[in-house]
Design a protein around this ligand. Structure first.
Ligand SMILES: [Ca+2]
Ligand SMILES: [Ca+2]
Ligand SMILES: [Ca+2]
Length: 217
């Protein structure tokens, strides 16, 4: 073998080495990119779920503020187990004074179908959720001054773990309860709320907040 052949072989060997290194770098780079992408998507899903969780808790806190001042005897319908209620009318103490309570006009917490997704088992607005609801607070029920404000959207059709089958699937003592459920037991009100949404990966996420409420009146 002369010196020229040796130089050619060295050049060839170096070329294949470079190609091999290039391929390895591409593989490692691809794996790294995939890992970063998966981490980023997981992080986005976590942020989404945290936001959903916070929205559910804020909405329940708002309901608690309402029901703390509600008169127990005024609840319509009486939200007894095993059905509770997803729409509830009541009067509140406008001036919660122990000596002279002034009762206000009737109010109503109501769970209504979303304007864009009527109750038909179909995801009409194509947001990935079927028959989602809106929770509204109505003031001055039945009066000319009646007005409604939205407390929260994307309320699940049924509470988390519950299906429409005449059974108590989630074991909370209520049967087929809706995504907003208010029930009463021995003078204590129990509020349960499930919100749903599609996370950035397209998966349905459900978050539930619940709390007891002790009405002051
Ligand atoms: Ca629908
Ligand atoms: Ca929908
Ligand atoms: Ca149940």
């Amino acid at each position: 073998m002369n010196r020229a052949d040796s130089r050619d072989r060295m050049r060839g060997f170096t070329f294949f080495e470079m190609m091999a290194v290039l391929v390895i770098l591409m593989i490692v780079g691809g794996i790294g990119y995939q890992a970063i992408q998966m981490t980023s998507m997981a992080s986005a899903a976590t942020v989404f779920q945290t936001d959903l969780d916070q929205r559910a808790h804020r909405a329940v806190t708002r309901i608690v503020r309402e029901l703390q001042d509600a008169r127990l005897e005024s609840l319509m319908p009486e939200p007894s187990a095993p059905f509770g209620a997803s729409t509830l009318s009541y009067v509140c103490a406008e001036v919660p004074d122990d000596e002279q309570i002034v009762w206000g006009e009737y109010r109503r917490l109501e769970l209504v179908p979303s304007d864009t997704d009527p109750l038909d088992g179909i995801d009409n607005d194509r947001d990935g959720l079927t028959d989602e609801h809106v929770l509204r607070l109505v003031h001055d029920v039945g009066l000319i001054t009646e007005r409604a404000t939205v407390i929260v959207r994307n309320v699940a059709a049924r509470l988390e773990g519950e299906a429409a089958n005449a059974l108590d699937d989630n074991g909370n003592g209520l049967v087929d309860e809706a995504g907003l459920s208010i029930s009463v037991q021995e003078g204590v009100l129990y509020v349960r709320l499930s919100l749903q949404g599609r996370d950035p990966q397209g998966r349905v996420a459900t978050r539930t907040a619940e709390t007891p409420v002790w009405p002051r009146n």
